[in-house]
Design a protein around this ligand. Structure first.
Ligand SMILES: [Mg+2]
Length: 211
């Protein structure tokens, strides 16, 4: 596809899906508690996202990649996600997902959920197990905003025909550059900065707002 009428970009964890994937992987490492606390602090915007992600990923060291199938089995798509992506496509729009989470999981779930393009972090693997490092540049708040701008330019979509949807502090920059920034199921700092707050955990609530 070379052009689109509009672009909708969603965050993944707690927006496209109901889970925080890093917490599911941490379960496989037996380190849920510490990773969950650190993730919550990062989503409230209390700590530097990239530094926090690096230390949380370090806690995942040694998890065999074969355990990803157990993680995938536990993922719950957010209610209404299929209806939203179908509605976007029916109106000539494109759906993107940009995530501070991981390609290793999104690559499996995004196509089935009607997502057209996605960008996320990559977990480094050594001997079929997580090395505890992130590969390459970290997808943080600034990278999320750049992805939205880059995709809009590629698709010939004007900035005011973009919608960004997220729940965490690392979604605020992409919400600020989008024509419409929607706080979904969001933390207080995100609700305060959003153009609009979507209360119920149902993505089909976004459909009436599509151009
Ligand atoms: Mg999120």
């Amino acid at each position: 596809m070379t052009s689109a009428r509009f672009l909708v970009v969603l965050d993944a964890d707690s927006t496209l899906i109901r889970n925080e994937v890093i917490e599911l992987i941490a379960d496989e490492a037996g380190r849920r508690e510490e990773v969950q606390a650190a993730t919550e602090a990062a989503m409230r915007g209390e700590v530097d996202f990239a530094a926090s992600l690096r230390s949380r990923v370090a806690a995942l060291q040694g998890v065999p990649v074969s355990r990803f199938s157990r993680v995938l089995d536990r993922i719950e798509p957010t209610p209404g996600v299929h209806r939203l992506t179908e509605a976007v496509h029916a109106r000539g729009g494109v759906v993107g997902v940009v995530s501070g989470g991981f390609h290793e999981i999104l690559d499996h779930i995004a196509p089935d959920l009607g997502v057209d393009r996605w960008r996320a972090n990559r977990l480094a693997v050594v001997d079929e197990a997580l090395s505890g490092h992130v590969e390459g540049d970290i997808v943080d708040a600034a990278a999320k905003a750049s992805a939205l701008q880059e995709w809009a330019d590629e698709l010939g979509v004007r900035r005011n025909a973009t919608i960004a949807i997220g729940d965490g502090a690392n979604d605020l920059q992409m919400m600020a550059v989008a024509g419409l920034g929607l706080a979904f199921n969001a933390k207080p700092a995100v609700r305060a900065a959003a153009s609009l707050v979507i209360g119920p955990q149902d993505l089909s609530e976004v459909i009436p707002l599509l151009p």
